[in-house]
Design a binder for this molecule. Structure first.
Ligand code: R2B
Length: 373
């Protein structure tokens, strides 16, 4: 006998029963949808085959023969550490002069990426055994101190680049977060380097190899520099962000035409004339690492940028007279910009499932007390 609506399907069923059936059906569809979502997520994860090689290029053919490869200054080696497991997820390498600054940046990044740490735990300096540099890992971000000058950053870059190569990392981006002397700019200003120039204003990093001068291009990634600049929010940020050329010197005093070093064989007039002439050529600051940083990352096919905070306007003086409280507050400024970039890239490159994985308990942060990560 047909039901109320005249069809045979619901023959004999009361509206109440029909309602219940509809609810059950809806529940079934919902739970199947959920299962399907999980299945798709697992399939996506399953499809992500671990890469065979890193994207890093131009490396020494001798690396293949190093078994193990000892990264002496980082206190690590490929025999006792599983590099792909520990560092395989690294996508951003942030470098700055001091260990303390980079540790503070690591904690900032942890907050930015919503990674959580057990309150009783601290981040571990993974390069402690090398006694030279400090290295903190927060999810996909390495925060590393590089010391002062090209020789120091160059040694570190050789070992970091090899580390990421052994770890089979994909398209890592390197950013130096530093301090600098400004030329005609206010202390506290954030400077993004458009080019890294040597003391002769050439875009090269010079190295003497086997008694011969070798020049490596120190061009920086223009797109990355502009992208970082676009993340400045002039009406919200409490600081100015500018872009311009950087001169990289091998000395803080005479190399940057200071009058306050132990030695000085030039005059105040010649100093002013020099600063004005480089300013006219688009130079906005001095640092001591950018050419080596740009050259080594270029050779490895790694995108890189330099973002620094100006500690003094060299047009007005040589000594750093800003109070330490100001300097430590200003130190956060380049970090704000770089953290915005990392956050944006992190969210862009990851689908929901990856983000979920990182949001848990910071699984790939290296913590004090951990044996291995
Ligand atoms: C900026 O600050 C340091 C010198 O005080 C040096 O590392 C640099 O480039």
């Amino acid at each position: 006998m047909p039901g109320n609506c005249g069809c045979n399907t619901c023959a004999g069923a009361s509206p109440c029963e029909l309602n219940r059936d509809v609810c059950q059906l809806k529940e079934l569809v919902r739970s199947q949808g959920k299962q399907l979502g999980q299945l798709v997520r697992h399939m996506k994860m399953g499809c992500k085959k671990p890469p065979k090689e890193s994207t890093i290029k131009g490396l020494s053919p001798c690396l293949k023969c190093l078994q193990p490869d000892v990264l002496y200054h980082l206190g690590m080696d490929t025999a006792t550490m599983d590099f792909p497991k520990v560092f395989g997820d690294v996508r951003f390498v942030c470098m700055g002069g001091t260990a303390e600054r980079m540790e503070r940046f690591a904690y900032k990044i942890m907050k930015e990426l919503s990674l959580k740490l057990n309150p009783a735990t601290t981040l571990r300096n993974m390069a402690e055994p090398g006694h030279r540099y400090a290295l903190y890992k927060v999810g996909p971000v390495l925060c590393v101190s590089h010391g002062m000058g090209c020789p120091s950053i160059s040694i570190l870059l050789h070992e970091l680049i090899k580390m990421l190569h052994h770890a089979k990392c994909q398209d890592p981006v390197f950013i130096r977060i530093g301090t600098c002397g400004g030329i005609g700019i206010e202390p506290g200003t954030v400077v993004i380097s458009s080019e890294a120039l040597d003391g002769m204003l050439n875009p090269y990093y010079e190295l003497i190899v086997q008694g011969k001068v070798v020049l490596y291009s120190s061009k920086l990634d223009q797109c990355l520099a502009n992208e970082l600049l676009s993340l400045a929010i002039p009406c919200e940020d409490e600081f100015c962000t500018i872009i311009g050329k950087t001169i990289c010197t091998n000395d803080f005093y005479e190399g940057q035409t200071r009058l306050d070093g132990a030695f000085c064989d030039y005059t105040n007039q010649s100093k002013t004339a020099y600063l004005q002439s480089v300013q006219c050529q688009g130079v906005v600051n001095f640092d001591m690492e950018s050419t080596a940083f740009a050259a080594l990352t270029n050779r490895a096919n790694i995108r890189s940028a330099v973002v620094s905070m100006c500690i003094v306007n060299r047009m007005e003086g040589d000594q750093i007279l800003s109070p330490p409280e100001c300097l430590s507050e200003w130190e956060k400024r380049p970090q704000v910009l770089v953290a915005r970039y990392i956050r944006k890239e992190f969210l862009k490159r990851d689908d929901d499932s990856d983000t979920e994985a990182y949001e848990e308990v910071c699984p790939s942060a290296c913590l004090e007390g951990d044996k291995a990560i």
